[in-house]
Design a protein around this ligand. Structure first.
Ligand SMILES: [Zn+2]
Length: 90
């Protein structure tokens, strides 16, 4: 037998995302933009130009991602046929 009790758990969940470059603010209602938003974070290690043990974060909308990274980003087009996924390198 498993005895249970009911608990109310409070948690912080994101309700909006704001682009650090253009300040575009989106909510989950705009699910396409929500899904394509980029969140990146990293903790600098020994020798980091940001400082040892420094946390750096970046949030970008997809338009800013393209404007900033399109000259050097690596892009693979994924195609699906017969249930098998393959990567087409251009
Ligand atoms: Zn942006």
């Amino acid at each position: 037998m498993i005895e249970t009790e009911r608990k109310i758990i409070e948690e912080d969940r994101p309700v909006a995302k704001v682009c650090d470059r253009c300040s575009l603010k989106i909510t989950e209602d705009d699910w396409m933009e929500w899904a394509e938003f980029m969140h990146w974070s990293k903790i600098g290690g020994y020798g980091s130009i940001w400082g040892d043990d420094t946390e750096i974060r970046l949030d970008l909308c997809q338009r800013c991602q393209k404007e900033l990274f399109e000259d050097f980003i690596q892009i693979d087009l994924r195609e699906e046929s017969d249930g098998e996924e393959s990567v087409v390198v251009s």
